[in-house]
Ligand binder design. Structure first.
Ligand code: NDP
Length: 480
């Protein structure tokens, strides 16, 4: 059994989680410990006790540790990518890409551990000077979803450690494999003091809840659904813990009449369906100006039907299976509801039986949809995209912004004026021009607005806003 990692030791648990391959449900990826709240509390105590020793490490020593972890992830990217594809169902090439990103994130934050600084300012009072410095927050609880099983943990764990915090990491119950592999790399090559990094696999209702409610956990960084995020926010607010939430999206891609049709189609296909549509940044609403609408729908239908759905490990597969039976049921129920509501199914939306038994679904494209329909209001989190016709640019912009979410948005146009206006007026936290709404760099801030996010941005040097506390110190110089 793959065990939890607490205070530098591998520790078993009473319950076992059998991790199944969504491309072939006969294939058991491995057996993993399913911890509980008592184990989470042990890990929290270990993380709390480790803070003092950790504080004696120089920034250079922390940087070296993160750099070694990043190097090892990159050296192992084929093996880890295969594990990711096997447990989550993401097509192999994309899985290896995700692992590469995780390695790069650790190396980026190795540099940040040394680079980040403070400020030294003159005071408004004579003889006084002011320092603004940053200190670790303390024990950070890290709660992650199943759809990016190594990249999201990396972009939370690496900055937490870089800025001197200790960590208790709780991955999604559906994908313990990548989390365990990451913990084993931290154990083998990181050389961190005992208790600085802890992994507790187990259900959100027990392990996650213990992290959120413990007075010894100073901050919670969470990525997942809006419902869970709201509950975590309420708990943290009551006990005064710092929290950061990245949640759902209903991301619009606007296609204007002057767009390059082929570029718009490939941008929409990538944004809507790659990673089986299971990305918080997926282009789930395609908002298309009426002059190009019919041609766009026709080309999208052809391109959607041409996608190869299959076993995530097969090199020809473009779209892997849906990650779980529960997610598949959710996707199918949204597809049925959209059909009942009168949307036209242009392509896909069908359950597929392949050589290996898995949760295969052909990507679904709907046209003749309205922005007020549930399929356009609620996050499906699967390979399902809709087309909404817009009268003109102003109408398209209004539709794009008419959502409770605000994670990512995009526009396909050859007009610099329109692109510039859209970047300024989109209500999303990330805006793409002639690029898919999904797919971002690791050295710049990531995050949304409105119902998609809460708290400081993740990634890049902006990560320090969450993972450090600011201190302002005043000094009156004497004897000078
Ligand atoms: P969930 O909210 O169900 O789960 C996310 C994590 O929270 C899991 O580790 C889960 O544990 C844990 N959890 C569940 N209940 C609690 C609780 N009461 N207390 C503490 N932790 C808890 O989301 P999914 O895993 O289903 O992920 C899909 C969602 O994530 C989508 O809505 C998607 O949009 C969003 N997402 C957002 C991103 C962003 O950056 N904005 C990026 C990626 C995904 P367990 O596994 O045991 O349930």
């Amino acid at each position: 059994m793959h065990e939890n990692y607490i205070n530098g030791e591998w520790v078993g648990a009473g319950e076992v989680n059998r991790n199944l391959n969504p491309s072939d449900t006969r294939d058991v990826v491995g057996e993993y410990a399913r911890g509980d709240d008592a184990q989470a509390r042990q890990a929290i105590d270990a993380a709390s006790d480790a803070l003092e020793t950790w504080a004696t490490w120089t920034s250079e020593a922390r940087a070296d540790a993160l750099d070694r972890i990043g190097d090892r992830i990159l050296a192992d990217k084929e093996r880890l990518g295969e594990l990711l594809a096997r447990e989550e169902g993401k097509a192999l090439a994309e899985s290896i890409g995700e692992v590469t990103r995780a390695g790069r994130v650790f190396k980026f934050f190795a540099g940040e551990a040394i680079r980040f600084g403070g400020e030294f300012l003159p005071s408004v009072r004579p003889g006084v000077s002011v320092e603004v410095s940053r200190e670790p927050v303390g024990v950070v609880g890290i709660i992650t979803p199943w759809n990016f099983p190594i990249a999201i943990p990396a972009w939370k764990i690496a900055p937490a450690l870089a800025y001197g915090n200790s960590v208790v990491f709780k991955p999604a119950d559906l994908v313990p494999g990548c989390a365990w592999a990451l913990a084993s790399i931290v154990d083998e090559v990181g050389g961190l003091p005992k208790g600085v990094f802890n992994l507790v696999m187990g259900p959100g209702s027990k392990v996650g809840n213990a992290l959120v409610t413990s007075p010894k956990v100073d901050a919670i960084t969470f990525t997942g659904s809006s419902d869970t995020g709201r509950r975590i926010a309420a708990e943290c607010a009551v006990r005064g813990a710092k929290f950061q939430l990245e949640m759902g999206g209903k991301n619009p891609l606007v296609v204007l009449d002057d767009a390059d049709l082929e570029l718009a189609v490939s941008t929409a296909i990538n944004g809507a369906f790659f990673s089986t549509g299971q990305r918080c940044t997926s282009s789930s609403r395609l908002i298309v100006e009426k002059g190009i609408h019919d041609r766009f729908v026709e080309r999208m239908r052809e391109a959607t039907q041409a996608l190869t759905v299959g076993n995530a490990l097969h090199p020809d597969t473009q779209i892997g299976p849906v990650a779980s039976q529960a997610q598949l049921d959710q996707d199918l129920s949204y597809i049925e509801a959209a059909k009942r509501a009168g949307c036209r199914l242009e392509a896909g939306g069908e359950r597929l039986s392949l050589e290996t038994p898995g949760y295969y679904l052909t990507p679904a494209l709907f046209s003749q949809t309205r922005n007020d329909m549930p399929i356009n209001r609620e996050e499906v989190f699967g390979p399902v995209a809709t087309v909404i016709e817009a009268d003109d640019y102003e109408h398209a912009l209004a539709l794009a912004n008419d959502t409770v979410y605000g994670l990512s948005s995009g526009i396909c146009t050859q007009s610099l004026a329109r692109a510039t206006h859209f970047k300024r007026h989109s209500s999303a936290g990330m805006v793409m021009v002639n690029l898919p709404t999904a797919g971002v760099d690791y050295h710049v801030p990531f995050g949304g607005r409105k119902g998609s996010s809460h708290g400081p941005r993740e990634q890049g040097s902006y990560a320090k806003e969450f993972f450090t506390n600011v201190k302002t110190s005043y000094t009156l110089a004497q004897g000078v």
